[in-house]
Design a protein around this ligand. Structure first.
Ligand code: ZN
Length: 349
């Protein structure tokens, strides 16, 4: 055999830490000269999804799915970046010799994991993701890789999210029990609100659902992208029509619940749809009467199942409870480390 004709594959691999590493601006790929979900304005940003902590305005160039770009446009205005380029899921693009491709993350409409590949080394930055069925977005797709970068929002063994259907039934039951009260559901404007509406519709609830003005554009956009939300009406109220909201479902962003807006409804039932509603103390602090545990993130068993399924050689853990998941990986014999990225306070949970 000729010397050097067949090099052991290991010598050809690029060290993952050289391909992608943490900087104060976010995850950086030096070879391709791009950042993933940077928290400060950069020359080139690849964006996983439209939540405000991942998708910021002011970058010179942005590469993302069509939906994420549209959502950024809706939230920040058309001039949210210098130039925007859309990428189709599964399509591969070369940036300075680094191959990048986007794959469904199952988190919100348009959300994607980003696969970064060079010299045989594959890293998947999954952004935020979940494994449950969600009628408003494509399901998470496991992508084989050497390094899987996972979020850790609910990465503690105590976090087991119940079945979504049961949580929706709680709301339906309350509507039957308290037909004279308005049911005010706090839900994040991107993803959660539309998911709660779609889940309600799946149970056969076809009455009008009233939405706060902050949700209107995003709900319209979801409908344009084929997510049916049924009869939605503006939740604007004056004193003459207070009673028309008796027994109605009203959805607004959590921030609106401290406003005068919320106090105008007749004897409202305060509801909040969030993974954090599993923590009784949080529900109590917010004055939530009916907590609905519906999360757009993985719970602990789903995080472990995903890592087992992908079987990466390394796991990097970011935003959330990094230590517990790193420790679990080590106990399984999977090298793992926290990325210590800063600036991600998840907007949707
Ligand atoms: Zn998110």
């Amino acid at each position: 055999m000729l010397a050097g004709a067949v090099l052991p594959a290991i010598l050809l691999l690029m060290k993952p830490e050289a391909l992608l590493y943490s900087t104060p601006k976010g995850l950086y790929c030096e070879r391709g000269d791009f950042y993933i979900d940077p928290v400060q304005p950069v020359d080139r940003a690849l964006i996983t999804h439209g939540h405000a902590d991942h998708a910021r305005s002011g970058h010179a160039r942005v590469l993302a799915t069509r939906e994420t770009l549209d959502i950024m446009g809706i939230r920040y205005g058309e001039n949210f970046c210098g130039s925007a380029q859309s990428i189709t899921l599964g399509e591969s693009l070369s940036l300075g010799g680094v191959e990048v491709s986007f794959h469904p993350a199952g988190h919100v409409l348009g959300s994607a994991q980003i696969l970064v590949e060079a010299e045989g080394t594959r890293i998947v930055a999954s952004g935020d993701y979940k494994r449950r069925r969600d009628p408003t977005c494509l399901p998470f797709e496991p992508i084989p890789c050497d390094v899987f970068i996972t979020e850790a929002t609910f990465a503690l063994p105590v976090f087991h999210h119940p079945d979504d259907k049961g949580e929706i039934i709680k709301l339906l039951t309350s509507l039957t029990q308290f037909p004279e009260r308005a049911h005010l559901v706090g839900a994040y404007a991107l993803g959660k609100a539309q998911r709660v509406i779609a889940l309600l519709r799946e149970t056969g609830y076809h009455a009008p659902i009233y939405i706060h003005g902050a949700l209107a554009k995003l709900c319209t956009y979801y409908e344009e992208r084929g997510v049916a939300l049924g009869d939605l009406r503006p939740a604007t109220i004056d004193n003459s029509d207070r009673q028309s909201f008796a027994g109605a479902v009203v959805i607004g962003p959590p921030s609106a619940f401290a406003d005068r807006w919320a106090r105008r409804f007749p004897d409202p039932v305060a509801i909040f749809a969030s993974g954090w509603m599993l923590v009784r103390q949080r529900a109590k602090q917010r004055g939530v009467e009916l907590p609905m545990i519906i999360s757009d993130h993985c719970d602990w068993p789903e995080l472990l199942a995903t890592i087992n399924e992908i079987a990466p050689s390394q796991v990097w853990v970011t935003h959330g409870r990094e230590e517990a998941l790193v420790r679990w990986c080590e106990l399984q014999g999977i090298p793992a480390r926290p990325l210590h990225l800063i600036g991600y306070e998840d907007e949707g949970d």
